[in-house]
Each structure stands twice: as C-alpha cells, then as structure tokens.
Design a protein. Structure first.
Length: 226
C-alpha cells in the first residue's frame, strides 16, 4: 500500500519506472447490495480466473481493457461515468470468456453457457411470477420433456421446478432483509397467490417463518449499529 501511495499521481493513476516494456495493471472491486447476487454468483466463482488474451472469446475483453487504458491516461470529461460502465463490461466479458472454456463451473452459472438450458434459465429469472410447467420449459428449450429434465438437472444440479422455487425463495429472503414490504406483497412478487403458501414454502426451505427471519435480521443489524 505504501508503494502505491508513493507513486500515485495527481490524476489518480499509479505510475512506476521510466524505461523497458510497458505493463499496465488495473484493479477494482464489485460490491453487491443484496445476498442474491452473492449467493448465486460469488459462490460459483473460483478464487482466480485466468483469461488468455490470445483466445478468440477474449476479443471483447481486450477492447474494453484498451478503452480503460485510454480513459486513465488523462483526465477527460465524464471519466467517472465511463469508468463505472466499463468496469461492468469487463466483468461480464471475463465471465463470458471463462464460460466459453472447458473450465466452466457446475451449477446455474456453468449452465448459462448451454444454449438450451441457458435460454430457459433466462426465461425463469426474467419472469419469476409465472407458473412455469416442465412441459412448457422443455418446449421453450426445443427439447422433449424427459431430455430437458435430465439435462437441466445434470447441468444445474436441481430439477427445474426445484431450482425455480429456490430462486424465488432467494429473492424473497433478500426482500425481507432489504425493506419492510408486507408478506402478501413479497409473495405476489415471486409468484405466490397467498402469503400463507409463501410462508409455508419459505419455512420448508429455511426452517423458519418469513416474519421470524425478518425480525432476526433486523435485530442483528441493530446490534451491529449499537
């Protein structure tokens, strides 16, 4: 850290050395506002992802990194706004390039790379309130019901409707932690017709009622503040 501070220039970029081949390093971090992203994404990632620049699927990533280099060479109007957008582009293209290799992970993240199952996961995530049926999902994937169900479970690790239920409960748990919407509103937002049915499904998965979970979360937050 002292090294970084010592060589930090007025434009916010650390520069060191005067000659030889030029090496550019870029660092950053992403934070998530809720546990949904953390649970589904971060737990699926390895400690280190190495993307070789020579790979064909690295083309978009190379372009984004070149643009970051351009934006950090000098102060220009809108640097911050462009930088924030570029960081997201870099992350997405790192994941895209990684998923295109043979090292893709098990579970939903790796399944996104499959053209059929990945498409269906997008439908399920995009319309979580719909009362999906396995037959309908298989039709969307262009597969028979049996083949689709087997393929989905093989790639994702869960049966289609079991995965959908877990996804809904994860969204609900995040909502319970984030705001004070009533249970009926949360239930409706994830496709349940009543808060009773939602509460039953939540307790079955997490071992406690939504109300108890919310109360425990708020108490924990209050203790941290005090």
């Amino acid at each position: 850290m002292n090294f970084m501070n010592e060589h930090l220039k007025a434009d916010g970029v650390v520069r060191y050395g005067r000659g030889g081949a030029r090496t550019v390093g870029t660092g950053g971090r992403f934070t998530f506002n809720d546990e949904t992203s953390a649970l589904l994404l971060l737990k699926s990632l390895p400690p280190l992802i190495h993307i070789r620049g020579s790979l064909p699927q690295s083309k978009a990533l190379r372009s984004a990194l070149e643009l970051i280099g351009y934006e950090t060479e000098a102060r220009r109007p809108g640097n911050s706004a462009v930088g924030a957008g570029l960081c997201t582009i870099v992350l997405v293209n790192i994941l895209r390039a990684w998923l295109a290799t043979d090292e893709r992970p098990e579970g939903w993240l790796g399944a996104l790379a499959d053209p059929h199952i990945g498409f269906v996961l997008g439908l399920m995530h995009g319309n979580v309130t719909k009362r999906w049926r396995v037959e309908e999902l298989a039709r969307e994937a262009g597969m028979s019901r049996t083949t689709f169900a087997e393929c989905f479970k093989s790639l994702v690790g869960l049966a289609p409707l079991e995965y959908l239920t877990r996804w809904r409960m994860t969204i609900a748990r995040s909502a319970l932690r984030r705001d004070d919407s009533n249970l009926a509103t949360i239930a409706e937002s994830i496709g349940y017709e009543s808060d009773t049915a939602f509460s039953s499904a939540f307790k079955k998965m997490f071992g406690c009622s939504p109300g108890f979970y919310r109360a425990q979360t708020f108490r924990s937050a209050a203790r941290r503040v005090s």
